[in-house]
Design a protein around this ligand. Structure first.
Ligand code: DQA
Length: 142
């Protein structure tokens, strides 16, 4: 398999951004652990972060053309706003797993709705950085 891991806006600040909510691990820590796990299981992996909605959409569109079989996405705040990211994911035919570090359902009401969940095959929230690992394991074992 070949997996694209996509991180949305502000996730480049992980480690220092509200660590009581999002943890102390950096994005590099998370990506390195995923990279190790994927390659150990003969999966191709690439990890990308962008603060820009259009760049995330371009990456999802790119995944239709380069043999990507699955996307793990934390759309961050775009989860709750972006019909455009939902549309891009709807045009992608592989598996989609949505991940949130925090338990969005325990937080403000505006975080309770996810456009991306209308497309996601699975959703993981509230497990911190472990959620990404669990998503990857589900794909590898799936
Ligand atoms: C988040 C939850 C979103 O509501 C928030 O806007 C984020 C991160 C999470 O991983 O818990 O930026 O997706």
């Amino acid at each position: 398999g070949k997996v694209l891991v996509l991180h949305g806006p502000n996730l480049n600040l992980l480690g220092t951004r509200q660590p009581e909510i999002y943890g102390r691990e950096t994005l590099d820590d998370i990506n390195n652990a995923l990279y190790e796990r994927a390659t150990l299981n003969d999966w191709d992996i690439s990890c990308r972060q962008s603060n820009h909605e259009g760049a995330l959409i371009d990456a999802i569109q790119g995944a239709r053309l380069d043999g990507t079989t699955a996307i793990i996405i934390n759309p961050a705040a775009y989860t709750h706003t972006s019909v455009a990211i939902l549309d891009a994911l709807n045009a992608f035919e592989g598996k989609v797993i949505e991940v949130h570090l925090s338990n969005v359902h325990k937080r403000e009401a505006f975080r309770h709705h996810s456009y991306v969940s209308l497309r996601a095959d699975g959703v993981i929230a509230g497990l911190g950085s472990q959620g990404y690992r669990a998503a990857l394991d589900a794909l590898i074992n799936g």
